[in-house]
Design a protein around this ligand. Structure first.
Ligand code: RB5
Length: 154
């Protein structure tokens, strides 16, 4: 039996088309997408949508999330400011697999203006089907987690 997952998804205008496509795709795969917007192509600020999703992942309300903006860069920067969020900007299949196996990414970020729809679907499928390998990778994630306890200032 497949494990049905609640997966948050959010975007800005640069990721809107792809977000719509991936939301349906997640349903096709049997998952439950939680669509946090944006809901049309009007220009919005990506931090507002990245924050909404990353906050829920950080609190544990969502285990996994997908963020899409034009390049994926802005969304990655936003999401990685949240404690416990490991957001990976993934625009290829190799990174899709290893972002889970080695870095246990809990947020997948895709550049909506970089990646075509078919590749994006393969990236999502690969990401969801891959799992964290633990072992030496766990030790490395613990080092990242310990950084979150420090308050770095310039
Ligand atoms: C919006 O034009 C664009 O800046 C945004 O989607 C994203 O690419 C930011 O990283």
């Amino acid at each position: 039996m497949m494990n049905v997952m609640r997966i948050g998804i959010a975007c800005d205008h640069g990721g809107f088309d792809l977000k719509e496509e991936l939301t349906s795709f997640l349903q096709t795969l049997g998952h439950e997408p939680i669509d946090l917007g944006t809901f049309n192509e009007n220009s919005v600020d990506y931090p507002d949508y990245g924050m909404m999703l990353a906050e829920q992942v950080s609190k544990g309300d969502l285990k996994l999330g997908i963020l899409i903006c034009g390049t994926g860069i802005g969304m990655s920067i936003v999401a990685n400011k949240y404690k416990g969020v490991r957001a990976a900007l993934v625009n290829d299949l190799y990174s899709a697999r290893y972002s889970r196996e080695h870095t246990d990414a809990n947020v997948l970020v895709i550049g909506g203006r970089i990646v075509g729809k078919d590749l994006a679907k393969e990236i999502v499928k690969t990401w969801l089907e891959s799992s964290f390998l633990g072992g030496r990778h766990q030790r490395r994630l613990e080092k990242i987690a310990s950084l979150e306890e420090k308050n770095f200032r310039a």
